[in-house]
Design a protein. Structure first.
Length: 200
């Protein structure tokens, strides 16, 4: 049986940190896993920037409330879920993701959690498991599932390469150039057709 594993940000919804960077006027927060492969390093740096500017969870959630899924993403996901089991594997956090999951029709999401002080300061983060996307894909395979995986960033490459079929979706020119063997798509229609072609 196949399970399709999808990244969330950049694939189904806009990048949360880019939206927040634009809203807060802090351009350095536009850095994402497309730019920095080390997620732990990236998150610790982000939390330092938030602390420096006195920003906490509420300010980020206020921005997230205004974010809608990418055009066509919900229709793509609804159609895919009618044809296959789908799990969204994201390095985001439940406190960020739940409003977006509502807009996507509450698909299954595996992600992480933030550590938040009573005053709303984000003091840390708890990763669900090390190398969460790759580890989850390997866990599914150990349970007898075949996986098909897709994403747009460095932290998606492990699960993509470990899967029976893997794709890049709306990735950067650099990531596509560095991984020329991975089929890359820009439209949801082409992306859905490629996944259908890989399903057994």
């Amino acid at each position: 049986m196949d399970v399709v594993c999808l990244d969330m940000e950049g694939v189904l919804v806009p990048e949360i940190w880019i939206a927040f960077a634009e809203e807060s006027g802090i351009p350095e927060l536009k850095k994402t896993t497309r730019d920095e492969p080390d997620y732990d390093k990236l998150m610790r740096w982000r939390l330092g920037v938030l602390k420096e500017h006195g920003l906490g969870l509420k300010e980020i959630q206020d921005v997230i409330a205004k974010i809608d899924p990418l055009p066509g993403a919900k229709e793509f996901l609804d159609q895919l879920r009618s044809e296959a089991q789908v799990i969204i594997l994201s390095d985001t956090f439940t406190q960020f993701a739940m409003p977006l999951m509502k807009k996507l029709g509450y698909p299954t999401l595996f992600c992480n959690t933030l550590e938040v002080a009573p005053d709303g300061e984000i003091t840390g983060f708890k990763m669900r498991i090390e190398n969460s996307k790759l580890t989850t894909v390997k866990g599914l395979q150990a349970m007898g599932f075949d996986t098909i995986a897709a994403g747009d960033s460095y932290n998606d490459l492990g699960m993509i390469r470990a899967s029976r079929a893997g794709f890049l979706f709306r990735s950067t020119d650099k990531i596509k150039a560095d991984n020329p063997d991975l089929p890359a798509f820009e439209s949801f229609d082409d992306f859905l057709a490629a996944i259908r072609g890989a399903l057994r």
